[in-house]
Design a protein around this ligand. Sequence first.
Ligand code: SAM
Length: 281
Amino acid sequence: MLSYQHAYHAGNFADVHKHLTLYAVTDYLLRKKTAITYIDTHAGRGLYPLATKETQRLQEYREGIWPLWQTREQLSDPLLNGWLNAVTAAQPEAQELTLYPGSPWWLSQPLREHDRLRLFELHPGEHQHLNAQTLPPQAQRIYGDGLAGLAAMLPVATPRLCVLIDPSFERKAEYQEVADTAAYTLEKARHGIVLIWYPLLPAGHHHTLLDTLKASGVRKIWRSELLLRAPGEQTHGMYGSGMLVINPPWGLGERLAAAMAEITPCLGEKSRHVAQWWVEE
Ligand code: SAM
């Protein structure tokens, strides 16, 4: 039984981290003409109006997109500016932040006629919300399990593949399942780019994901973590957001580090970004 609903967390610092990384990757992929299949294994609703009662309950966007939006005129990093311009383009009124765009929106933006997008969502209510979004015809919404769906689609028919795996991690076993699916994906699509989001929690469950991937023999895994608070400061709850990018595009680390240098001061004095290879060549 799935209970997680991303609307309670929309636009938080982890979304900023995840979607900025995704934006940097898709921006790079557009430099070549060859077709791309994008797969979003855990799509969510697609768009999150900030005024809904779910999002208003925790107002996590106030420690995420909100401070960046407020200071956007003073920010100078080109990647961050491009990303914030995209957030602006998603708003019905350019001057007001009323919507936060989720991964289906971010992955719809770069779609060209010959690209494809597959969006998996298993929660019936969330899938219904996703179905209500206007998306380009290259985007197909699938009500089903994203990890099994991804594995069944491999190898894809296009020369390039870009996968986002962004689970809710309601079950501890998901850390292992994600690592196994990512390793299988790379077996079937050696040059595919796979992005994996994970939470940094005091219990440290993400080590299962990291260690399993390392042991699987997958190479070129770049790891980025955005911390909102110091790890030891709280006994429960998410203190940071993690992203793995397998087969990262050239220059991704430098571009994101520069953007993060402008982001972290907006997120509070304890916020910091750490990035390095988890597994190199
Ligand atoms: N990727 C979205 C974004 O960035 O806007 C947020 C996704 S949210 C963290 C995780 C989503 O995965 C939830 O909507 C949940 O219902 C869905 N989900 C959970 N288990 C799933 C599964 N096995 N297959 C597909 N979707 C699943």
